[in-house]
Design a protein around this ligand. Sequence first.
Ligand code: NDP
Length: 378
Amino acid sequence: MGGDREMRQPQRGERKLSPKPQPSEASGAQFRPPRATKINLLNPETSSTNPESNSPMKAIQVKQTGGPEALIVADFPTPEPKPNEAVVKLSAAGVNFIDVYFREGRYKAALPFVPGQEGAGVVTAIGSEVKSLKPGDRVAWSGQLGAYAEYAAIPADRLVSIPPGVSDQQAAAAMLQGMTAHYLSHDTYPLKRGETALVHAAAGGVGLLLVQMAHNIGARVIATVSTDDKAKLAREAGADDIILYMQQDFESETKRLTDGKGVDVVYDSVGKTTFEKGLNILRPRGMMALFGGSSGAVPPFDPIVLSQKGSLYLTRPTLANYTASREELVERSTAVLAMVAAGKLKLRIEHTYPLTEAQKAHRDLEGRKTTGKLLLIP
Ligand code: NDP
């Protein structure tokens, strides 16, 4: 399995150092220590006692980074909220490629930790400073570790309300990948009607949502996928042209499809195997939005190439920077969940796994077997 180039290789001697939290694509600038090991059952600042705090809960724990077998089921005390937190009883946790990077240790979190960056459920307890939420509220989040669990304590300012008409599972499926598709198509390169976008891995979690958003804007979408089944899904999502990039050369195909003009933007989550050719299919002053590395990291790169290939733009965006303020988080999540409620954004929840089968979910995702969204159900 390849990783994201953003994830540097360990340097000589580095293993002797204690792991430092690293910024990553879906999370905020810093990772908090593992929540499950820092639960304070006697937190005096908790204004609403969690009625379920005496009972143990199940969560997935990573004690040692590694393969899927690093995901271990463990018992924890149900968390109590810190003053600024709410405890959420999860209905569903989203599985994302970034979870693989954390599990492998390519993105750093202090060990042991509870993985998972995205969840939805019902508030069971709030800290003393939390005014905006109350027990019983339905909420969702992304970008905070700890979602592979029955309960999670999350900073209240990172939680958003789930609107009527959107189920908890839909919210868990839409937050991370939906907001990613939204910022890419609306802000990184704000697509316009009549423009042409190339979307790689178009039947994946982000891919299917990005195709729909680009199509709804009125752009022409050229989609790459690895199989006929995935091609069908991408077409149903609104792709105008499909390229089976394991069988066809997507560079020459895209040039043919655009009469040699090239595309306005390439949304590339695949990285290593697609990046270079992607630069060759951009129109002059087009944009390469490299937002992941499912096939591995892009090798070091000389910016002069951007000049030689037509004064191109290259960006390596990250969801955390597009949801950094509370205002932007609420604006973006509201827009995405409203699309879901209105039926304008169809979520393909391909598979739900019991929480205890997190290992299988990871094997399937890494094995390139999945389409759309995978959820863990506690
Ligand atoms: P996907 O559901 O898209 O799964 C990855 C897909 O990548 C596969 O299904 C496969 O599609 C394709 N792929 C191509 N080469 C490989 C390979 N060698 N190994 C495995 N898969 C490969 O995952 P997500 O939607 O969760 O994430 C997609 C990417 O977007 C990830 O790289 C992730 O890190 C990134 N991401 C970035 C964010 C950001 O803000 N920057 C936020 C969210 C995700 P196919 O078989 O059709 O080739």
